[in-house]
Design a protein around this ligand. Structure first.
Ligand code: URA
Length: 423
């Protein structure tokens, strides 16, 4: 076997055997296959696709590249994953809700890259919060309070780390075969047997249309089935950002507001939906019964108190969240209905303000970001504040021209938040 033959094979749209996929992963990990050869192969895969069996093999060998977490010391847990969006702080709201309902959550999360944020960066914006725990500390926390969120260990699917970094700079992120194997290898390695995946669809997401998202969801369900994991995929709208705050510490403030029942928006609605599916899976009760419990635990502050308990357990202090010193108010140049808020442009702007990183080694300004002062469907008068930017930088006036808001005379019909559930 040699890599040039394999690249040519995929370029012609032919199918790899299980052995060939093992050869590719093993030899990429030991350095025999170079980054430039792997890039070429990834591009051929992104263009020609893979069969289900090829994807099962790819997932298996990526999984075998590192350690697998055995959760028997903590018993059954339910995991959750999002394919990534703008303002997506759902994990930090859902995990305490679900734990307060008696379902354990042992979550490994990642950092943000590009225009989408990462849970670990958001948690690190809480002063003193510890995201690195030993396996023993991680298990102890889940056993003590029913919940822990930590950063992924370096040895959790190292093949995905290496391949994802390459995909990110070679235009090969948006392939259902590569996304499904990347997500599912990490989820299988994390040890949960029940999993809810929020598949984001729209301008601010990796997947731009419902057909592709459906394909990805079905693929992840099949990989789950093959690996004895029950997977529920929920296709959700990412044309508009979730909630009103974007940027690490600003997002933590919104998490607190939602858990404290001080805010009603698309973020809260989505968190109730995802939590209800997780509780239904974990307690083996109907979705309706689970939803009643979820809403009850938000209303009686059990979910909020669980969040406080979790932050304290990991040494964090939510009293001194950072806010960057320069504040810019962006005002509406015209009057009409706010019909669109471009999630992708907002994500990119937030990154420019200092809230996100272009390269993994970039440092973050935890207090930077955006607060949307208006929401979809609002009637806007000329000169009203649409959003407030927070940054330590001095911004150029041109930043005010970023095409984020669409304001028209006619009100556009509201888009659904949840498109489809695929079990
Ligand atoms: N999230 C992942 O973990 N991997 C992908 O390929 C895309 C989104």
């Amino acid at each position: 076997m040699n890599i040039i033959e394999l690249i040519n094979k995929k370029r012609l749209g032919l199918i790899f055997s299980d052995k060939e996929i093992k050869y590719i992963i093993d030899n990429y990990m030991n350095g025999n296959i170079k980054d430039y050869q792997m890039s070429s192969l990834l591009m051929a895969i992104a263009i020609k696709g893979m069969t289900d069996n090829e994807i099962f093999s790819l997932t298996k060998y990526m999984l075998n590249s590192g350690e697998k977490l055995d959760l028997k010391e903590i018993g059954e847990v339910v995991d959750k994953h999002s394919t990534g969006g703008v303002g997506d702080k759902t994990t930090l709201i859902i995990a305490p809700i679900v734990a307060s309902c008696g379902v354990k959550v042992a979550k490994m999360s990642g950092r943000g890259l590009g225009h989408t944020g990462g849970t670990i960066d958001k948690l690190e914006s809480i002063p003193n919060f510890k995201v690195k725990l030993t396996k023993e500390e991680f298990f102890k926390e889940v056993n003590d309070i029913g919940l822990a969120i930590v950063s992924q260990t370096d040895n959790l699917v190292p093949a995905d780390k290496k391949i994802y970094a390459l995909r990110d700079v070679t235009g090969t992120v948006e392939s259902t075969a590569l996304i499904a194997s990347s997500i599912m290898s990490k989820k299988i390695a994390s040890g949960a047997k029940k999993l809810v995946i929020d598949v984001k669809v729209g301008t601010g997401a990796l997947i731009k249309n419902i057909e592709e998202a459906t394909k990805l969801a079905k693929l992840m369900n099949k990989i789950g089935e093959k690996n004895n994991i029950k997977v529920i995929c929920i296709l959700t709208n990412m044309n508009t950002p979730l909630g009103s705050n974007i940027g690490n510490a600003l997002e933590i403030k919104e998490v607190i507001d939602i858990l404290h029942n001080k805010k009603e928006n698309n973020l809260k609605e989505l968190c109730i939906e995802l939590s209800s599916h997780m509780v239904s899976l974990g307690l083996e009760i109907s979705y309706e019964e689970a939803k009643d419990k979820v809403i009850e635990n938000i209303n009686n502050d059990k979910a909020y108190n669980k969040f406080l308990e979790f932050v304290k357990y990991q040494n964090g202090d939510i009293n001194n969240l950072k806010e960057s010193k320069n504040k810019y108010e962006i005002k509406s140049p015209k009057e009409g209905y706010l019909n669109e808020i471009n999630a992708l442009e907002l994500g990119k702007l937030s990154m420019e303000l200092g809230a996100g990183r272009e390269n993994l080694e970039d440092s973050l300004d935890y207090g930077a970001g955006i607060i949307l002062n208006k929401t979809l469907g609002d009637y806007i008068k000329r000169g009203e504040v649409l959003m407030t930017l927070y940054t330590e930088k001095n911004l150029k006036a041109s930043i005010m021209n970023t095409p984020i808001f669409t304001i028209n005379k006619e009100k556009k019909e509201k888009e659904p938040l949840i498109y489809k559930i695929i079990k």
